[in-house]
Design a protein around this ligand. Structure first.
Ligand SMILES: Nc1ncnc2c1ncn2[C@@H]1O[C@H](COP(=O)(O)OP(=O)(O)O)[C@@H](O)[C@H]1O
Ligand SMILES: [Mg+2]
Length: 295
């Protein structure tokens, strides 16, 4: 994968398209183990799991140590932690873009450690290319995967309405609001084709009111499409407002203290609450718990 493609967050060519590519790890002795991960709630195989992920950029200083987490099928989970604690580093490992010092990444129980192209992901700096129309921006993963442009457009076009982008197909990114650009970036991520999606601080550049709308929109679409998603954020409100479970990451790797999962908070969601879930006692209770785990 080129650096440019990595920066676009569109994965390797063919990334996750129909998720047909066998994992490089498929032949490993421990591959294909169909069991819940250490971090998975009881009662099923997780869509995505990290088992004991210890990560380092230089092979010496550890960024994280022994990270266990799991996203169950159809679940939106959040990973929350302070800036610099290693959230993006974890996303890179979960997406197979880097190899851990130790530990494994499991996708539906299969060992995919270090295998790119098996999950869809949207990186923090996931900008749309200014010189391409929205339709061509969102088709990028398909075209990079070898699909002809016309075919890719035909596949993407019917999704514009569902993603709240009807009529924007031929616009330029500069003509769209911040919220619409994020929806287009998410449509592009969706077209990577995997059923597990990782999002790194997806809404942090949006103003507060737009952010609330886009979060709610995202949770609705993820539910409708049956996506399993891990959203990474430093924003506690964002985490609690979107997730059914929040993993709290604590530590300070730059001070020699590798990050670890300090705890997992189960959110008792009440999405039909008047005025929104954010105004409920359940929201506040979960937020308090996350804050206390963050320390
Ligand atoms: N590409 C990189 N090369 C070397 N070190 C990095 C790289 N990216 C991040 N780091 C370091 O890893 C630690 C965690 O960073 P990061 O995962 O980006 O944190 P977060 O996403 O939680 O803000 C920081 O100390 C950071 O300096
Ligand atoms: Mg980050």
């Amino acid at each position: 994968m080129s650096a440019a493609e990595k920066n676009l967050g569109v994965g390797s060519p063919g990334a996750g398209l129909a998720a047909a590519r066998p994992a490089d790890g498929a032949g490993r002795p421990d591959a294909g183990a169909s069991r819940p991960s250490a971090g998975a709630p009881a009662g099923g195989v997780s869509a995505l799991a990290a088992e004991g992920l210890t990560l380092s950029w230089d092979g010496e200083a550890l960024v994280t140590e022994g990270i266990d987490l799991a996203v169950m099928p159809g679940e939106v989970c959040c990973l929350v932690g302070r800036s610099g604690c290693g959230k993006t580093t974890i996303l890179h490992a979960l997406a197979g873009l880097t190899t851990p010092v130790s530990g494994r990444v499991l996708l539906h129980g299969e060992d995919v450690t270090g295998c790119p192209g098996r999950v869809s992901y949207m990186l923090q700096k996931d900008l749309l290319l200014p010189s391409r129309r929205i339709i061509d921006n969102v088709c990028l993963p398909l075209v990079l995967g070898g699909m002809r442009r016309a075919e890719a457009r035909a596949k993407a076009e019917p999704l514009f309405e569902r993603f709240g982008l009807a009529g924007c197909e031929l616009k330029w990114p500069s003509e769209l609001s911040g919220g619409m650009r994020q929806r287009a970036a998410f449509l592009r991520t969706y077209l990577m084709g995997a059923d597990v999606t990782l999002l790194d601080e997806p809404f942090s550049a949006l103003d507060a009111l737009t952010r609330v709308d886009v979060r709610r929109w995202f949770v609705g679409v993820a539910r409708e499409l049956g996506l399993s998603a891990l959203v990474i954020t430093h924003d506690v409100d964002e985490a609690v407002s979107m997730a059914s479970r929040v993993y709290v990451l604590a530590g300070a790797p730059s001070a020699g203290e590798p990050s670890h999962v300090a705890g997992e908070v189960v959110v008792r969601r009440a999405d039909d609450a008047p005025g929104g879930f954010e105004l409920t006692d359940e929201f506040l209770a979960a937020k308090r718990e996350v804050m206390s785990l963050l320390g």
